[in-house]
Design a protein around this ligand. Structure first.
Ligand code: PLP
Length: 444
């Protein structure tokens, strides 16, 4: 009998499952963070050898070198960028999903998983007020979601022989919109935002006066830098007047659809053609996951369906997720959201989103009440911009690094209206406002 090329190591497997259990129940170490290339190369640079180092040693590198050199975004003190807060249920099913090795690119390969993913997409579409016929797919992130939606928008336009050369968006649009425009070789018309960072329909209307070739308007539902939600209803009117596609980029902010008190912020989304929201941001799912939803999924399929001789045996009438974005093979990355929703129920989601907004409100109020700290903007959704009146930019950066290293708080500067300010974005209902305010108190 020949030895299999890849034997199982049951002891290492047990050890891995134990490690996963502890990580899921206890969370990450907030002091973890990036190491230098040299430090990492010293430990990992010789890990791939001709005969292998064995599972125990390879896993030790994972636990002792790799994980400690990564940012613990899902820790409740992680308030920079847009962090993550996966629920224990979502993390658990994500761990076993890898073992199940489901191909979820087409119905034939993954029907059960796809059906469950579609339940989660249906919940999101319902929150937006869209019909049951709406649908889409989970892609790896907001960038790919925006690209896939805007490609569909362009195809929808060119099918009628109309020029499709420009996308209209806010100056506060996420950097991925510029990246998408570059990939698609189209231009952006950037509309100035109001004092809170919102694109208003009047400003957008003025910007399109002499423009030609617009095929899509992108509305922000939670601009990353400042949390602003554009005037979606006014932009929906404009999109209708121009007969162009309205895409809502809610990668971060559309999670707040789940909170009825925040829902009016998004009025007008019922009339959009597509939206994205990343469950890996504020919907308590792990990386990597972006829900891309089309009001009329057929328009997504017209843009993205792939044809190939070896694919002809597949049932073209079935729901094949590969038809709805720029991809073919995919893992069932929407399952953690489905599992978490099924486990806890949608009420728990409503409460968690409402709680996170409450935490942001408490932190903003605390900043306002602290002499020496100036609340600049927010909270808009859960983004807060503020500034200590006395510290230089260098001192701010030093403070932020010291807090990160100690694990007290991950809070980084950004630029707002030409000024360096500090930014917080809260997506974790376990964040403790008193703790955050205590750390911010060391700034003054
Ligand atoms: C509003 C918005 N759109 C798009 C993206 C891109 O998403 P991803 O990083 O998942 O590609 C982000 C990321 O932060 C975002 O905040």
């Amino acid at each position: 009998m020949t030895t299999p090329p890849f034997p199982t190591d049951p002891t290492a497997l047990e050890h891995m499952l134990d490690w996963a259990r502890t990580r899921i129940t206890e969370g990450p170490d907030p002091r973890n963070g990036a190491q230098s290339f040299a430090a990492l190369d010293d430990r990992l640079g010789h890990s791939i050898t001709s005969v292998g180092i064995g599972a125990a040693q390879a896993f030790a590198l994972f636990t002792d070198v790799i994980v400690p050199s990564t940012r613990p975004f899902d820790h409740p003190t992680s308030l920079a960028f847009v962090a993550a807060a996966p629920s224990p249920a979502a993390l658990s099913v994500n761990a076993v999903l890898g073992a199940a090795e489901i191909f979820a690119g087409n119905w034939d390969g993954g029907s059960g998983a796809i059906h469950a993913e579609n339940q989660a997409l249906g919940w999101l579409a319902g929150l937006a007020g869209w019909p049951h016929s709406a649908g889409g797919v989970f892609v790896s992130g907001g960038t790919l979601g925006n690209l896939s939606a805007l490609h569909a928008a362009r195809i929808a336009c060119t099918r009628f022989d109309r020029p499709a050369t420009h996308i209209l968006c806010s100056e506060e649009a996420h950097s991925s919109i510029a990246a998408v425009a570059s990939v698609m070789n189209v231009a952006l018309i950037k509309v100035g935002a109001d004092a809170q960072g919102r694109m208003q329909a009047d400003a957008a209307r003025a910007a399109v006066q002499d423009a030609t070739g617009i095929f899509a308007i992108v509305a922000n539902a939670g601009a990353t830098n400042c949390g602003a939600v554009d005037d979606i209803a006014g932009l929906a009117d404009l999109a209708q007047e121009l007969d162009v596609w309205l895409h809502v980029d809610g990668a971060y902010g559309l999670a707040a659809l789940a909170d009825p008190e925040a829902r009016p912020l998004f009025d007008g989304i019922e009339r959009a053609d597509s939206f994205i929201v990343d469950p890996h941001k504020w919907l308590f799912a792990p990386y990597d996951s972006c829900a891309l939803v089309y009001r009329e999924p057929l328009r997504g399929a017209q843009a993205h369906g792939q044809q190939g001789a070896y694919l002809e045996t597949l049932d073209q009438e079935a729901w094949n997720p590969s038809d709805y974005a720029l991809h073919l093979t995919r893992r069932a990355r929407g399952l953690p959201l489905w599992y978490s929703l099924s486990t806890y129920g949608t009420d728990a989601y409503r409460q968690a989103i409402a709680r996170t907004r409450q935490i942001a409100a408490e932190i903003a109020a605390g900043i306002e009440a602290t002499p020496g700290l100036e609340l600049i903007l927010g909270p808009q959704l859960t983004v807060i911009l503020f500034s200590p009146s006395t510290l230089s930019d260098d001192a701010l950066a030093e403070w932020a690094e010291a807090q990160r290293r100690s694990g007290a708080l991950l809070c980084l500067p950004t630029t707002w209206r030409g000024e360096k300010v500090l930014r917080l974005c809260i997506v974790n209902p376990a964040t403790d406002p008193a703790h955050v305010l205590g750390v911010l108190g060391t700034l003054v």
